[in-house]
Design a protein around this ligand. Sequence first.
Ligand SMILES: [Zn+2]
Length: 225
Amino acid sequence: MTPPTTQERVDAALDYAARGLYIIPLHDVIQGHCSCGNPQCNAPGKHPRIADWANAASIDPAQIQWWWTQWPYANVGILTGQRSSLAVLDVDPRNGGDLALEDLVHFYGPLPDTPMVISGSKGLHYYFALDGPLQKFDPGPGLNLQADGALVVAPPSLHASGNTYEWEASSHLDDVPLAPLPDWLREMGAGQYPCGWRRSPGYPAQCALPGPKGVPPYQVPHPDR
Ligand SMILES: [Zn+2]
């Protein structure tokens, strides 16, 4: 796969910025090595090039052009949370996120149609409109809700695996409007369910999530498991 050009990276960053999504230049990976130079880097190509990134993230085209002039192969990061009015549900199948999401969807109903990215590690990022503050949190194993205090790696960034982040077919920001973050996800993050969500059979009864079907997700049978 051909790595994305500088122009492709800048064009994408400018396009996101024009939509009010705050941009953060990220380190990049060349032949598996992170540009930060740390051979033990635990987030190659995924961490900011700039200090104080939550405040320094920008929608200013001149600033964005300058960043990619300095670092032509910087990956494109988007600040999540209140400033960008964006929350992103990151589903990592390598850590069981697909199964955890399946349980939540079984319990609360399907996620609305909304823009979606296939990450470089073949995970899924669901983009939602966010109104007001919400701290990032983990709705379940292999699931991250990226909001205040977080960022996402956006297309066409290059992952350490050599894959690029891609908008899922027909799920680009041009194709489908951002759906509002589902209420149940917001409520989970707002701490109304202080125990979060657990599958464990030993899960304390007082932590059971109330829900439309009245059945905590860990009791939902899964014939395929
Ligand atoms: Zn690094």
